[in-house]
Design a protein around this ligand. Structure first.
Ligand code: HEM
Length: 505
């Protein structure tokens, strides 16, 4: 029988073709079932008759262009972007003054994140049961920042020798993997303490759990809701999430028991954030399984965000090496004036140029293009009459705002000291600028629900970068330039294959 060789599909190609067809038709069906009730222009359609399902697929890789087109046209109003799992209402940041103080019962970040993460399948419902994981950051970590930064820095001192190359020759390193491990250790040191924070098991769990949760959620978001119960049973990443959760319980439950035993003995000194959480839990928050899930939620929020910021900052230093000497001079000066632990307490806030550089690096390379994100828990009518129906996904175009010439002059130019110079000229060198949020600076969200871990994140970044700048020369691998940023919907991450070359000074 005649057959054209190029049409003969291998079993794998056949399975992929069936998968692609299933994906396409299930999305088309969902497009018919799903109707948008928000009144705002929709962006992203190439032609008015283009099916919604195609626009949703395009958002996957071209989300940046679609948000940018919407922002250019409607930056003072609102527009809708179509993502595979939802239509999202992108509001002008001028609405933020009104919206930023609305409580979670009206506009909720956790409910939006729960939906983004497909929480009913990825076991993150713990975030809806209580807010112990944000209370611990607001009420203990940030007010006692100096104490916890000392612990984190002590862990970095060890990680520096364990995880960075010590050879005097140029050495190619997988800097993103190193950044994840180092940040996981520094964060683990304050949450779980020694020795848990450094064990291979906890490091693997705390780095892999967020990746597998994200992979599960992301895959599910590509398929319509009615397929999810079946799909959930088929995803290997979801089984891995369960494995990480079991492992986390094995590690964390003995730590909880140990702390409770100390409480009984009267030796109840709180030395880790886990201990604080155990003592301040209410209702089901105290359940050991829930407590260990909550530790994992904290890894989800903290490790990859901070590790990516660190990698991006190093890539930006190599791409713009003229910043390196002024930064080294600042670090030397501050270290001379504040040595030892004083460097952590008094010195870090004085690293104004480094702070400015980090803010600029984050301006170009945020972890998400749209922040903050919220879910309308009830119908809302804003002062200008804009109506937001219950269940609407609301977001702000954080990246576009900072790339707007009305907010940042000459926005396409990387200028690591722009914030520093602006503040110096205005005679108002404010400390920790990178963590300040306002309606134009949304990298950490804004308002009452803004990132509660940002002060700690900034301190971690400054501790690591000040030492790396002092002790290493750095460059890209021969013949390579700044790694590309990849996009998946509104999420951004550096090319996972990108490496860096370091040499001890
Ligand atoms: C460079 C690093 C980081 C970035 C860019 C970042 C960014 C963000 C953003 C954009 C939000 C959403 C805020 C909103 O909806 O208004 C958020 C929330 C959150 N972040 Fe961060 N974050 C970082 C580091 C951290 C760290 C180190 C921790 C923990 C120590 C943390 C804990 C959290 C938590 C718990 C939430 C949820 C808050 C809530 O439910 O109210 N983040 N973060």
């Amino acid at each position: 029988m005649w057959s054209h060789p190029s049409l003969a599909l291998s079993p794998i190609q056949g399975a992929l073709a069936v998968f692609a067809l299933f994906l396409f038709f299930s999305r088309v069906l969902a497009s018919f079932l799903f109707t948008c009730t928000i009144k705002a222009p929709v962006v992203g359609h190439r032609k008015w008759f283009e099916p919604k399902s195609l626009v949703r697929f395009r958002f996957l890789t071209r989300g940046k262009d679609i948000i940018s087109a919407g922002y250019r046209k409607y930056k003072n109003e609102k527009f809708i972007v179509r993502r595979n799992d939802a239509d999202i209402l992108v509001l002008s940041n001028r609405y933020l003054d009104e919206i930023r103080l609305l409580p979670r019962t009206v506009l909720s970040n956790v409910h939006a994140q729960f939906k983004n993460l497909k929480g009913e399948y990825t076991y993150v419902s713990v975030v809806l049961n209580g807010d112990l994981h944000t209370r611990v950051l607001r009420n203990q970590l940030t007010p006692q920042l100096g104490y916890y930064v000392e612990r984190s820095s002590a862990e970095f001192d060890q990680a520096f020798w364990d995880d960075f190359p010590q050879a005097e020759d140029w050495t190619v390193v997988d800097i993103q993997a190193i950044a994840r491990t180092v940040v996981a250790r520094m964060t683990g040191a304050v949450f779980l303490g020694y020795p848990a924070c450094r064990t291979e098991e906890w490091l693997r769990t705390s780095v892999q759990y967020p990746l597998d949760t994200f992979q599960t959620a992301f895959t599910m978001r590509m398929f319509p809701t009615f397929t999810h119960p079946l799909l959930a049973l088929l995803l290997p990443s979801r089984y891995r999430v369960r494995k990480h959760m079991r492992k986390a319980r094995e590690i964390i439950e003995p730590l909880i028991a140990e702390h409770q035993a100390k409480d009984k003995d009267g030796a109840n000194e709180i030395d880790t954030l886990l201990a604080w959480m155990v003592d301040h839990a209410s209702g089901t928050e105290a359940d050991p399984a829930e407590m260990s899930s909550r530790q994992l939620i904290l890894t989800l929020a903290s490790i990859h965000t901070t590790a990516m910021a660190l990698s991006h900052a190093l890539f930006d230093l190599c791409a713009h090496p003229d910043h390196i000497n002024p930064l080294r001079e600042e670090i030397d000066e501050v270290a001379k004036a504040h040595n030892g632990v004083d460097f952590l307490h008094q010195g870090l806030p004085r690293l104004e140029k480094l702070d400015s550089f980090l803010a600029e690096s984050q301006r170009f390379h945020p972890p998400v293009l749209m922040a903050p994100q919220r879910l309308a828990m009830k119908p809302i009518t804003l002062r200008d009459g804009t109506h937001i129906p219950q269940g609407t996904r609301v977001a702000f175009a954080a990246y576009e705002v900072l790339m707007d010439p009305a907010v940042t002059s000459d926005p396409e130019r990387f200028d690591g000291f722009r914030a520093y110079r602006r503040r110096e000229q205005a005679g108002q060198l404010r400390r920790n600028f990178m963590v300040q949020s306002d309606k134009d600076h949304l990298a950490f969200g804004h308002g009452t629900q803004a990132c509660p871990g940002r002060f700690f994140a900034a301190a971690e970044l400054k501790i690591v970068l000040s030492r790396l700048l002092t002790e290493y020369d750095m460059r890209f691998v021969e013949g390579e330039s700044r790694p590309k940023t990849f996009f998946l919907d509104e999420n951004c991450f550096p090319d996972p294959a990108a490496k860096l070359v370091l040499r001890r000074r």
